[in-house]
Each structure stands twice: as C-alpha cells, then as structure tokens.
Design a protein around this ligand. Structure first.
Ligand code: FES
Length: 107
C-alpha cells in the first residue's frame, strides 16, 4: 500500500431526498473527479504522493461538499468544482491551504 504525503478526502455521501442533508446532491462526486484529474494532470500523486479519495460523512453535512486534508488536518466546506484548481495549485502543489475555502466551524 502506497503511503500518501497528503490526502484529500472528499465526502461523497448521498442520502435519500427528504432525509438529512448530504454532500452528494450538492456536487461532491464532481468535485472529487475534478480534484483527482487535477492531481493526475500535474503528476502530484506519482511524484509527491498527493491523492484524493471519496469518503463517507465527515459530520458537517449542512455545509458540504466537505473536504478534509490529512495529515494537515485542514477542513474545507462548500467546495465547488470551480474551487478545485485553487485546491490543486495551492494546497496540492505548495501545501498552502486555500483560506477562502476553510470550513468556518473547524478550528
Ligand atoms: S454528508 Fe458530507 S459531511 Fe455529512
């Protein structure tokens, strides 16, 4: 098993309509796909061990799509596909969190 230097976990939970909110219906799968493509295009996984994986609920459902990056312990909320290039270039390449996307409920 490959050990990642930096790992983006994107919540892609899909709950049924009329139940508790979830990230999936707000475009989380598209965020994950674009993030994975962006990391691949820059060879970040291959060269630097930076990866993105879908995951289940991160517990902040109302503000999704949510993304957490380990081992940095940086949380992002309300991420859209338009935000992905900044995540790849700033956090993925340079290791600098994207301040404007930081989750307001996580210190
Ligand atoms: S459904 Fe995504 S954080 Fe709970």
């Amino acid at each position: 098993m490959e050990k990642y230097r930096r790992h983006f976990l994107v919540c892609i939970t899909n709950r049924p309509p009329f139940s508790h909110e979830s990230c999936g219906p707000k475009g989380a799968a598209d965020v994950l796909a674009k993030l994975q493509k962006g990391l691949d295009r820059k060879k970040l996984r291959e060269l630097y061990g930076v990866a993105a994986t879908g995951t289940t609920c991160l517990g902040l459902c109302e503000s999704g799509p949510n993304v957490v990056v380990y081992p940095d312990n940086v949380w992002y909320g309300g991420v859209t596909v338009e935000d992905v290039p900044d995540l790849v270039d700033s956090h993925g390449v340079d290791g600098k969190p994207v301040d404007r996307l930081l989750h307001p409920d996580v210190e």
